[in-house]
Design a protein around this ligand. Structure first.
Ligand code: DC
Length: 225
């Protein structure tokens, strides 16, 4: 089996950017699995379906109306929905909300997990998400649970928002982080949790480079090449 790296963790832990950099330095592909749930969310809203309507979303998936494909261009992930590049459109707040709703449904998870497993069998890969170490790749070479305190994650989110001129108060951002944690960790189907054999990496007091280096050191230790 090729090298597989699983990185799971709560919202705002920096999974996506950290994963991109680690994969880049290792010369392997990075699959952002959240993008796939976002694409299904977009498929639902685009078809005029309420993402909260499990029956309608499941029926859409079963009849092939939410075909998610991933392509890479110069190592960069392109997310396709029914053949159309939706890489930018999935980055909206609305798509995130729709993704959160549809990610609760078995029909959606089964379809996407299967695709993720197929991709990881074909080439060395780093996957990031919520259930990679627990469900998608239970035998991953390296499993990391990347987290940070809710305050540290809210502070990072606040810095990003301030850069865009958004002045949302810290307390409000912290409340949102805690609400997302609760939702992700308490859903019925494969809630976010640390796999028993995952290494806990708390980045509260680490900067970007320190976090990347820590993960590369863990990969080296486990995979050593
Ligand atoms: O990481 P993200 O914000 O792009 O993820 C979007 C939604 O998809 C999020 O609400 C959780 C869900 N998700 C999931 O259930 N399982 C994954 N492996 C990745 C994301």
């Amino acid at each position: 089996m090729p090298l597989t790296i699983a990185i799971d963790g709560p919202v705002g832990a920096g999974k996506s950017t950290i994963s991109d950099e680690v994969a880049n330095r290792l010369g392997i592909l990075h699959l952002d699995t959240g993008a796939m749930y976002r694409a299904v969310g977009l498929a639902a809203t685009g078809a005029g379906i309420d993402p909260a309507d499990e029956k309608a979303v499941s029926a859409l998936c079963e009849k092939g109306g939410a075909q998610v494909d991933i392509r890479y261009e110069n190592g960069k992930q392109i997310t396709l929905l029914n053949g159309e590049d939706v890489s930018s459109r999935i980055r909206t707040q609305e798509a995130g909300g729709a993704a959160s709703a549809v990610s609760r449904y078995p029909a959606v998870r089964t379809m996407l997990v299967r695709r993720q497993q197929e991709m990881a069998q074909e080439q060395p890969m780093l996957l990031d998400g919520r259930d990679i170490g627990t469900v998608v790749l239970p035998h991953a070479t390296v499993k990391i649970y990347l987290t940070a305190s809710p305050e540290a994650r809210a502070r990072r989110r606040m810095d990003q928002l301030r850069e865009k001129g958004d002045q949302t108060p810290f307390e409000e951002i912290l409340k949102e982080v805690n609400a997302r944690d609760y939702q992700d960790m308490n859903r019925a189907l494969t809630p976010l949790r640390q796999a028993e054999d995952a290494i806990l990496l708390d980045s509260s007091d680490l900067n970007f480079e320190e976090t990347v280096s820590a993960i590369l050191a863990l990969v080296e230790e486990k995979y050593g090449h």
